[in-house]
Design a protein around this ligand. Structure first.
Ligand code: 6PG
Length: 235
């Protein structure tokens, strides 16, 4: 780990070995929280990067029945849709030992995002707050969770403080998104950014050179005064 005014960076070339190291960090934090307070909450990201992480995490020995899991963001689609992050988490993470965990969905069947957002907020309020651990991903366009650069709703999601979730309608992806707000995400004491590949690392390096001048949403987590975030990367 290195840290001089930039977040600690864990760099491991193999995506699987990186995922195993990250899974251990997460499992330790969840276990410590359960020992201290009786329960723990985990926020994970969707997309493709977390698959080996979820496979490594789900076999860790801990009292998963005390863990609540939700997503940093969701595509507004039912679980029958192949783009559903909830379906991906259920298939990939909520297996083996982690099958005992409670999952909180960010999607409400049959509702529009606007009609469903209050229900999702109420569901999230039932989880241990602040969340124990947050795992963020990052897109090649610098988005994280569903805070997409310049997308309708992103600015609101970055200033919202009443609701834990907000709606974003990026023009670059097919579906509306629901995302945890910047405030809810930033409030998490253990924030872990998980990225793989040279392209994302190059973007990240650019942001880290001057985070206060960067307009990428991920930059909001990489300011020098955020000592809650660590980066796990292959490159
Ligand atoms: C989603 C995510 C999103 C993801 C990045 C990276 O629903 O798409 O939660 O924020 O973390 O887009 O996605 P990849 O891992 O597929 O590159």
């Amino acid at each position: 780990m290195t840290s001089i005014n930039t977040p600690p960076i864990v760099q491991i070339e193999s995506p699987v070995a990186l995922a195993q190291a990250l899974a251990k960090t997460i499992a330790d934090r969840l276990s410590n929280a359960i020992n201290a307070t009786g329960d723990a909450s985990l926020v994970v990201s969707g997309g493709s990067t977390p698959k080996p992480l979820f496979e490594a995490l789900r076999v860790h020995e801990l009292d998963w029945s005390k863990v609540s899991i939700t997503l940093a963001d969701e595509r507004w689609v039912p679980e029958s849709d192949s783009d559903s992050n909830a379906a991906f988490v259920k298939k990939t993470l909520l297996q083996d030992k982690a099958a005992q965990a409670r999952f909180i969905s960010l999607y409400v069947d049959g509702e529009t995002p606007e009609a469903g957002v209050a229900t999702v907020h109420a569901r999230l309020k039932s989880m241990a707050q602040p969340f124990t651990v947050l795992v963020l991903g990052m897109g090649g366009d610098g988005h994280t969770a569903s805070l997409f650069p310049d997308a309708p709703g992103t600015e609101q999601a970055m200033i919202e403080t009443e609701s834990l979730v907000s709606i974003v309608k990026p023009t670059t992806v097919p579906q509306a998104r629901i995302t945890l707000t910047l405030a809810a995400l930033m409030n998490t004491p253990c924030q872990l950014l998980h990225i793989t590949g040279a392209e994302k690392r190059a973007l990240l390096n650019g942001v880290l050179e001057n985070p206060s001048e960067s307009n990428y949403p991920i930059a909001r987590f990489l300011q020098p005064d955020n000592d809650r975030i660590s980066i796990y990367t292959t490159e």
